[in-house]
Design a protein around this ligand. Sequence first.
Ligand code: SAH
Length: 283
Amino acid sequence: MNTETSLPAFEWPTLEKGWVWLCGAGPGDPGLLTLHALNALRQADVVIYDALVQEAILSWAPQAEHIYAGKRGGKPSAKQRDISLQLVDLAREGKRVLRLKGGDPFVFGRGGEEAQTLVQHGVPVRIIPGISAGIGGLAYAGIPVTHRDVNQSVTFVTGHDQSGDTPSSLDWTSISKGSQVLVIYMGMKNIAQIAQKLVSAGRALSEPVAVVANATTPHQRVLETTLGAVVADVEAAGMEPPAIFCIGRSVLMRQVLDWQGQAAGEAPRDLDPLGRGRPAESA
Ligand code: SAH
């Protein structure tokens, strides 16, 4: 197989010296990178990357210096301010800087803060979005984040605040009532509290929940459970972060849309899990 990752013909932008491109790397599978990200990897002098960025993606920038700036819950880690200032320093040294973050840089990734610091220091920036785990990761598990029969809105929620606690500023009652489907990032540590708050606010114990860990990677694991059983089931299954929690009836669609299971030879469990009847030939 050709391992050379060439770009199709197009007027690709040039990563100029002294610039920082703040770029999403997607949720894991290197194939979910954008072409702008690949173009950036090709040109960078230095790549500053986060914990969830896959090795294969970094290997597409063999000419560049690779600097790890990962932050994982509980482990000693680079401080956000230090990372932002390091980006400023590298740009001022005249480097072509690629800041590569998991998923989308502006979705619970503190990309906005980094970009703001760069702009405040007069460093020119380009933003390259990526596929966020809460959308693409669910798709790899066969869960559509919106589905016409289920939800007309979706709410993305962070499961912990800066101190690591359940975000106290969040109004869980409103969140619970406001949207049929909730997608929770960074929820593993506080899932017991989150589930309890949602049930107190009126969500059913029987509501479907999916937990998708290491989504889109070879280590992807999917747990299907309910709001009432999620805590015990996550523990029994030994699910580890990074994981996305999806709460809502769209999880049922996995029974028909688990395309990875089907590729491995499993039959769909239910062709019509929402009980809406078969779709007409033309809608
Ligand atoms: N900017 C990222 C999110 C960063 S916050 C994005 O847009 O996806 C980190 C959280 O994202 C993790 O705690 C987890 O909830 C989620 N996450 C990131 N990658 C993931 C993956 N491959 N599988 C499951 N969850 C993932």
